[in-house]
Design a protein around this ligand. Sequence first.
Ligand code: SF4
Length: 213
Amino acid sequence: MTDRNWTEAVLAALAKAHPDAKPELDFSNPFELLIATMLSAQCTDKQVNRVTPALFRDHPNAASVAAMTEDELIGYIRPCGFFNTKAKHILSACRDIVDRFGGEVPSGREELQSLAGVGRKTANVVLSNAFGTPAIAVDTHVFRVSNRIGLASASTVEKTEQQLMENIPEDKWSIAHHWLIFHGRRVCSSQRPKCANCTLKGLCKYYSENKRD
Ligand code: SF4
């Protein structure tokens, strides 16, 4: 466990640095968020947001998507990359949602993860952002930034998520996920973290060990 006062100071600094942190995928219901999140693998949120309006306008629910052919779906999602695999997973997941869950995206972790192409990270995104269930989705930004700062000290995504859940109060799990993503995108980049301009440098383990500026 990290020191409670230090953790509170880190979370307060992140909150101050990124008061606008929020989900960057556009969605208006759990179905749209699930599909957008599946499309966002290896693709930017901006690109997904360019693709989904036409898809959701023409196919606003799981039953409608499930009725498409693979080629029809690929016609909408091609710009997101890996479209063959994504189309297969989305069609399979939507058919399962229709057949097993009455057409509604399930709100339980096990049920979500039973859908094709839905791993723990995607389930966490849907649970926290669409259903308000506390969860921390560990993507590449969350993994890198939390381990640099010292909120986690782990070599795997699974252990990082576990440590973040131990160190961060549950009511802050979802927003902390967004803070860490925003910090990773804007300040603590993979190759060249902007430590000199970072408001967390007085708290950051990586900075104290490397003093990059
Ligand atoms: S001080 Fe540097 S390594 Fe630490 S969070 Fe800021 S940018 Fe990242």
